[in-house]
Design a protein around this ligand. Sequence first.
Ligand code: SDX
Length: 393
Amino acid sequence: ATGYTTLDPGFVNTASTKSAITYIDGEKGILRYRGYPIEQLAEKASFIEVSYLLIYGELPTSEQLETFTDKIRRHTLLHEDLKRFFDGFPRNAHPMPVVSSAVNALSAYYPDSLDPDDSEQVELSTIRLLAKLPTIAAYAYKKSVGQPFLYPDNSLSLVENFLRMTFGFPAEPYEIDPEIAQALDMLLILHADHEQNCSTSTVRLVGSSDANLFTSISGGINALWGPLHGGANQAVLEMLEQIKNSGGDVNEFVRKVKNKEDGVKLMGFGHRVYRNYDPRAAIVKKTADSILKKLGAGDELLEIAMKLEEAALTDDYFIERKLYPNVDFYTGLIYRAMGFPDRMFTVLFALGRLPGWIAHWREMHSDPTLKIGRPRQIYVGHTERDYKGIDLR
Ligand code: SDX
C-alpha cells in the first residue's frame, strides 16, 4: 500500500504537563510528594495526612487534620440503593470493574456534584470519594466471597474501618491488628501519587472535557487495572506461583524472559521513568520481611522473589535495559499475607492512588487556561484514493 511510513515504535507524541504535586528523578530514584521525600512520609506520616498534603498542597495542622478526618468519617456510608448495585454483579466478577462502576455511579447519586467549576461541590466530591472508596472496595470483596456487608464504624480510622468492613463479620467483634493497619497505611502512602502515570493521565484527560470528578476517577481505575500498570501486583503473584509450580527454577524463568518466550515478562520489574531502583520498592522490601515473618506467611514465594531479584540484578540483559524492581514487585506478597485475595491487590493500589488522582484533577481544573486534552497523531495511513464499486475491488 502507498503512503505508509515506518515510525520508530518508541516515538510517542506526549504533550508535556506542568504539575506541582509530585517530583520524580528516574535516574537517581527520587520520589517526593509536594517536596517531601517518600522515605520520610512512609516512615512518619499517616495516609490521611499524605492525602491532605497531595490534595491541598501542605501538611495539615492538627486542627486541619481533625476537621478533615471528621468530614471524611461522616461520608463513609453508601446510599442504600448503591449498596444494592452490587447485587447486579456475578459473584465471580473481578472487583476492579465492580469498583470502577460503583465509583462512576456516584455521579448518578449526587447529580449536583457534576459541575467541575462549583468549588463547594468539588470539595464535597473529594470528601465523598475519600470516604466511600474504602467502603466500595470492601463491599466488592464481600460480594466476591458471598458474605454480608458491614456498615462503617466511624470510631475507627480510615484504614481500620476498611480492614473491618473487609474481614469483619456482623456476628462478632473484629480485632484490628495495629501492625497490619500500620503496614497497610504505609503501603497506601507509597501508592498515593506518581505524577503523569497512565491512570493519572487518564483522570486528567477525562477531566479535561469537564466530566465530573467521580467519572474521571472511574476512568483512572479502569486504566490502573491493566497488567502493565496497577494490575502488575496481581501478575507478580501469578508469576511467582507459576515459577513455584514449575519447580522453583528462577534461572529457567529468567532464560524465558530474556528469550521473550510467549511474551513472558518479569512482572514487577521495569519502569518507564525509573532507570534505577524504584524507591517505593526499596521501602516495601524492607518491611516485607518483617511483616511476612509476623504473619507467618508462606515465605516460599518471598524466597523465590528474592532469588528472582538477585538473578535479574546480576544479569546483563536487565542491567543493560536498566530494569529494576518497581513498587509492584513485593507488595502482592504482603497483601496476600494480610489475607487479601490476589484479585483485590489492584483495588488496594486504587485505594492508595485515589488522593493523587483527585489532586491532579483539581490542579488541572484550577488552571484557567485549561483546554480539553487532544493528543496529536502522525498519520501513516493511505494517501487519497477513489471509491470502487464492490465488483471492482
Ligand atoms: C506501575 O508510570 C508509572 O509511574 C507507573 C507506576 C505508578 O506508580 O503509577 O509506577 C505503577 O505501573 C509500575 C509498573 C508495573 N508494571 C509491571 O511491572 C509490568 C512489567 N513491566 C513492563 O511491562 C515495563 O517495564 C513497563 C510497562 C513498566 C515499562 O515499559 P517501557 O518503559 O515501555 O519499557 P519497554 O517496554 O520499552 O522496555 C524496554 C526493554 C524492552 O526490551 P527490548 O525491546 O529493548 O529488547 O526492556 C524490556 C522490553 O522487552 N522490558 C522487560 C520488562 N520491562 C521492560 N523485559 C522483561 N520484563 C520486564 N518487566
